[in-house]
Design a binder for this molecule. Structure first.
Ligand code: NAD
Length: 358
């Protein structure tokens, strides 16, 4: 078997964490007799510096011609003063999602038992957390019409939250399917007491629920959901929501995993899926061998599971991460007294070895 993977390290810690996931994938390839062909492309600020644009045509083409994309992170202070439409986060990420038709972002939040003490919440609250946030990715508030203009008295600006019933239905359907393959509970998150888009969302969920009698559907307002995620995260299995709600609540859910450096994600919908950690480019620690590469390595596991249907290989990686954590190795973000502090590269190598031995 031969698979083409587009590798886009991006900015900040991206070029440090991506090589760790690539070396783990190479080891998986050897172990399972699968050939992964890695091709690097520029994206984000790194691409602006060379091509003057955050998503050069050849990078998009490389992604389209690959079976999967592995992305680090984009953005940083150097490009913050650019107009919003040219900034790496908007010009690269949103264009990549749109270009590849990635309408769904899957973000599992899982707490490895070795990291219970790295979580700021009480052990009895977080232990056993295993939930999945499904975020709509190409519609909603981030993609509706935006405008800013002068008025007689100052300025006015607006963003638009807009959804078609088709967009809502396809993300909810995926939510039901994912819940069906897990613990069969779907929480549909909305703000139906205020937003008319949420009322369409809720009605669509009710209609689809008829087709999934084996899945328990509940509705929850987004503000209550933020509280419930911290108060009792074990009540959740799959949560599905609008783009902005998902962006915010998945960062909140990262606390449940011990660190934002632990959360992987997959964006799916088109022919080529994209895998990336949920965190950003972390400019504050970039270039210091301090970043936690586990979210990126776990994103590679999602790639094996979803794009290449290599379930056992995905589990090998997850088990290797578990083993290394159980052995007490920690990057700075999850370090506690009594554990062993390691850098980005060492952590990547430890996981690679554990995959090889496992
Ligand atoms: P961030 O996620 O980069 O960092 C937030 C905090 O978490 C920082 O203290 C950082 O050091 C820490 N952190 C993040 N990832 C870590 C890791 N793997 N290991 C250890 N610590 C980690 O968010 P931010 O500071 O708000 O944004 C920085 C830049 O990244 C901005 O330009 C932002 O726009 C961009 N960004 C990009 C993406 C993306 O590429 N998908 C997502 C979010 C933010």
């Amino acid at each position: 078997m031969r698979y083409k993977i587009a590798v886009l390290p991006g900015d900040g810690i991206g070029p440090e964490i991506i090589p760790q996931a690539v070396k783990v994938l190479k080891t998986v390839g050897k172990k399972y007799g699968v050939q992964f062909e890695f091709k690097e492309g520029l994206v984000g600020g790194a691409a602006i510096d060379v091509y003057g644009t955050a998503l050069p045509e050849e990078t998009l083409k490389l992604c389209e011609e690959s079976q999967a994309v592995l992305l680090g992170a984009v953005g940083g202070p150097k490009w913050d003063s650019l107009p919003p439409a040219q900034r790496p986060e908007t010009a690269a990420l949103l264009a990549l999602r749109k270009g590849l038709g990635l309408y769904a972002n899957i973000r599992p939040a899982y707490l490895f038992s070795a990291l219970v003490d790295s979580c700021p919440l009480k052990k009895e609250v977080v232990e056993g957390t295993d939930l999945l946030i499904l975020r709509e990715l190409t519609g909603g508030l981030y993609f509706g019409e935006k405008k800013r203009q002068r008025t007689d008295t100052g300025e006015v600006a607006w963003d638009t939250l807009i959804y078609t019933s088709e967009e809502i239905e396809r993300i909810l359907r995926l939510g039901f399917e994912l819940a069906r393959a897990r613990r069969k509970k779907l929480t549909s998150v909305d703000k139906a007491n205020v937003l008319i888009t949420s009322r369409l969302w809720r009605e669509t969920a009710e209609r689809l629920a008829q087709e999934y009698p084996d899945v328990e559907l509940e509705h929850m307002y987004v503000d209550n959901c933020a509280m419930q995620l911290i108060r009792n995260p074990r009540q959740f299995d799959v949560l599905v929501m609008e783009n902005t709600f998902g962006d915010i609540l998945s960062d909140l859910a990262s606390v449940l995993s011990g660190s934002i450096g632990m959360l992987p994600s997959a964006s799916i919908g088109g022919q080529t899926a994209l895998y990336e950690p949920i965190h950003g480019s972390a400019p504050d620690i970039a270039g210091q061998n301090k970043a936690n590469p586990l979210a990126t390595i776990l994103s590679a596991a999602m790639m094996l599971r979803i794009s290449f249907k290599m379930e056992q290989a995905a589990r090998d990686i997850e088990n290797a991460v578990n083993k290394v954590l159980e052995q007490g190795y920690r990057t700075a973000d999850i370090f506690r007294e009594g554990t062993t502090l390691v850098g980005t590269e060492e952590m990547g190598e430890l996981v690679r070895q554990a995959v090889e031995e496992g």
